[in-house]
Design a protein around this ligand. Structure first.
Ligand code: PLP
Length: 303
């Protein structure tokens, strides 16, 4: 359960922020919420090592490596060479003793398969987690987050008209949309893409929603509820002056750290979307999906 903080008036609307970054494990974030559910499976199933993948700046890999470390489980990370620049996250992965294999991006899939097979052949019982904590378990984590939002609305007797957040693999978005569909709630859930363009980005989110909902949702309802905005994509991890300006403003005005890869882009995207769509007098919730260590990578590069 994370807090929702009232940030007051914002561009003619009222803004709140859900602080997923304050989940009390390994700097929190949506990867910490997802990992909690994955590691419940790992603990129950008697697995003795974990295999996952992600870039050197991956919040997911940092959290998984930390969860493994506290349980003394071996953690194998397959990383694409194209995105392996050192960061505070990659330094923590090393600190936690993760065994990182860096390969060209097109070899990631086969390397994972090879690693899993080698571990099984050695008599180990590995658990595989998709990059970013993708899959039904990750989706479930954000259905639970949606319930927390509902609870806050009931307590405070208010209704969020819009929910904004950074969308990557679309799992966070899928969970939130599934929560909305299960409750038949009227609101706009707007994923701001941090890397993928349409139609692929949206299609992946939609597939996750179908996988989770099964027969419980009509296709038209899923299509109508999935808003995936790719107008603010500059590429995963790429520098963008407007994003660093946003990060600077938000830390100065609210004391809340954002980063250049995820939350800074999403916050900037939200601000521009509000103006573009002439949204006025609405209740808006921004979900801070975490990534606090990346704030410091951004800060190092800011002048
Ligand atoms: C991974 C990540 C996202 C994207 O989440 P998805 O569920 O993959 O869409 C957003 N923000 C932060 C900080 C992340 O680490």
């Amino acid at each position: 359960m994370t807090i929702i903080q009232d940030l007051g008036e914002y561009k003619g609307n009222h803004l709140w922020i859900k602080r997923e970054d304050l989940i009390p494990f390994s700097f929190g974030g949506n990867k910490a919420r997802k990992a909690e559910l994955f590691f419940r499976e790992i603990d129950k199933g008697g697995f003795d090592c974990v295999v996952t993948y992600g870039s050197g700046s991956s919040n997911h890999c940092r959290v998984v490596a930390n969860e493994c470390c506290r349980r003394a489980l071996e953690c194998y990370i397959i990383a694409p060479r194209e995105a392996s620049e050192p960061s505070f996250n990659s330094r923590m992965m090393e600190l936690f003793g993760a065994k990182i294999t860096t390969v060209p991006v097109q070899e990631v899939h086969d390397t994972i398969e090879g690693k899993l097979e080698a571990l099984r052949n050695a008599g180990k019982k590995p658990y595989f987690i998709e990059g970013g904590g993708h899959g039904n378990i990750g989706t479930e984590a954000y259905v639970q987050c949606y319930w927390e939002i509902k609870e806050y609305e009931e307590e405070q007797m208010l209704h969020f008209d819009y929910v904004f957040f950074a969308s990557g693999t679309g799992t966070t978005q899928a969970g939130l949309v599934c929560g909305q569909l299960l409750n038949e709630d009227e609101r706009q859930i707007v994923g701001i893409s941090i890397a993928r363009k349409n139609p692929r980005g949206r299609d992946v989110a939609i597939q996750s929603i179908r996988d989770y909902m099964g027969e419980k949702a009509r296709e038209e309802a899923i299509q109508a509820a999935t808003i995936f905005i790719d107008d603010f994509v500059s590429g995963y991890g790429k520098e963008d002056k407007r994003v660093t300006d946003t990060i600077e403003t938000v830390i100065k005005s609210y004391g809340i750290p954002l980063d250049a890869t995820y939350t800074g882009k999403a916050f900037m995207g939200m601000a521009e979307y509000i103006v573009q769509q002439k949204i006025m007098g609405k209740n808006i919730l921004f979900i801070h999906t975490g990534g606090t260590p990346l704030f410091f990578d951004t800060l190092k590069k800011m002048n």
